[in-house]
Design a protein. Structure first.
Length: 192
């Protein structure tokens, strides 16, 4: 009886880890509303950062942190801080910053805009246009106004849609793995 053996290449464990992470991300997206919904969204924000490639000029030094910013009212409470505590992405530690000032967003790498700040979407997104900042929101019209990733609730599950054109205009490369998980890519015609 012959025994079949499968050998793993050095990159196979990384591919397996990425596949497992994506399965967890997709499978854990059930939201019961309230704090549970934002705990799931906090985990997504952290994981989005893992699947984005920023231009080399984005960081001044190899030790600069990756900054996740929450603009306006913070619906996460302590959940976002808890998710990123002690974590790194690409060897960079994660830092959470909260602000109500658009001028402070230029120091961010990921910016979350809640539904409560939808009246300020145009102002905030215009201020970040041309920068290498990943913008994530949750309101209607977010993608058409130039946002990059929008959370949506679909049958009580947190899902997301991607405006790939906006990300590419801001020199961000989104992983094909992330694109495959999206409910939709470029679902609406974005504003140039």
């Amino acid at each position: 009886m012959a025994v079949l053996r499968r050998t793993l290449t050095p990159l196979a464990p990384l591919g397996l880890a990425a596949a497992l992470l994506l399965a967890v991300l997709a499978g854990s997206a059930s939201a019961q509303g309230g704090a549970g919904e934002y705990e799931v969204k906090a985990a997504f924000l952290y994981n989005f950062a893992k699947f984005v490639e920023w231009p080399g000029s984005t960081f001044e030094s190899p030790t600069d942190p990756l900054v996740l910013c929450v603009f306006g009212d913070d619906p996460f409470g302590e959940s976002l801080d808890a998710v990123v505590q002690g974590e790194t992405v690409g060897g960079r530690r994660l830092v959470v910053h909260r602000t109500r000032e658009t001028a402070q967003l230029r120091g961010c790498h990921v910016v979350f805009l809640s539904q409560r700040t939808r009246e300020r979407y145009p102002q905030v997104l215009d201020s970040l246009r041309g920068t290498s900042v990943l913008t994530v929101g949750e309101g209607e019209g977010f993608l058409t106004q130039g946002g990059m990733i929008r959370f949506v609730l679909d049958q009580n599950r947190v899902r997301f849609e991607i405006n790939l054109d906006a990300a590419e205009r801001n020199r961000l490369k989104l992983s094909s793995q992330l694109l495959r998980l999206a409910r939709a890519v470029n679902p609406q015609s974005p504003r140039p």
